[in-house]
Design a protein around this ligand. Structure first.
Ligand code: GLP
Length: 240
């Protein structure tokens, strides 16, 4: 695992460099997109590079996770967040960005279909990731099976409290369930790029880099990945 400690703005540029390098070598790449605040600066940087000619027209993208039951037009539905923060600012082809369907009648079937779509696309070339304060990646909360694939999960109290800021500060407004790629799904991506900044992430980053591999700190599975890059600022690295 490669760990880079740099100022937040530099981290976003490094992640964007990795995405741009892939797309310049072969435009038909498959990107893995994360939500949360951590990747936002990367999306800003990629949108800026798009203005300078970087094209996503032949790329595809798969999202990590989605809340269950948020209305199709809810601003915090992850599909809408990704559209607003990134996809609408570059030139993805219609339908090129996919996410798990949190409004499906049959949620287990939607999870299986999502896994099949990723496989049919040839797998994810580069997966962007954030990390929760409890060490979750995507919505794989502590205790998630290290062999898990896309499935329904119950959000922890901690995660609902962390994410309440996106729902007017009200934990009650945060959905209780989600669909998320599993840890094994994420580990199938060919390059993992995780971003973390701020002191609130210091313990999770410490466990990720220096802790034993454990389902209680789900991000630690990244230690077993052959190509994982961890991009952190000084505050997030303060317990390393
Ligand atoms: C949510 C997302 C995760 C993200 C995490 C951290 O729980 N499902 O993918 O990594 O938040 O978010 P932030 O980057 O805002 O701290």
């Amino acid at each position: 695992m490669e760990v880079v400690i740099a100022p937040a703005g530099e981290l976003a540029r490094l992640a964007a460099d990795a995405v741009e390098g892939l797309l310049r070598a072969k435009p038909e790449r498959v990107l893995g997109l994360a939500t949360g605040s951590s990747p936002l600066a990367v999306y800003d940087e990629l949108a800026r590079r798009h203005q300078e000619g970087l094209s996503f027209a032949r790329a595809r993208a798969f999202m990590l996770d989605e809340y269950v039951g948020l209305a199709a037009d809810h601003p915090e539905r992850y599909r809408n967040v990704i559209e607003r923060e990134f996809a609408s600012r570059v030139d993805f082809a219609p339908g090129a960005v996919q996410g798990p369907d949190g409004l499906a009648q049959d949620l287990p079937a939607a999870c299986a279909a999502y896994e099949a779509s990723i496989a049919e696309a040839g797998g994810v070339d580069l997966q962007l990731l954030g990390i929760g304060t409890d060490g979750h990646i995507a919505f794989n909360e502590p205790g998630s099976s290290l062999a898990s694939r896309t499935r329904i999960k119950t959000l922890t109290k901690q995660t609902r409290e962390d994410n309440a800021r996106f729902f007017g500060g009200s934990v009650e407004q945060v959905p209780r369930h989600c669909l998320t790629q599993g840890l094994a799904t994420i580990m199938s991506a060919r390059h993992l790029v995780l971003l973390a900044s701020g002191r609130a992430k210091a313990e999770a980053v410490h466990q990720l880099v220096e802790g034993p591999v454990s389902a209680m700190w789900p991000a630690t599975i990244m230690q077993l990945h052959p190509h994982a890059t961890v991009l952190v600022d000084d505050a997030a690295a303060s317990r390393l």
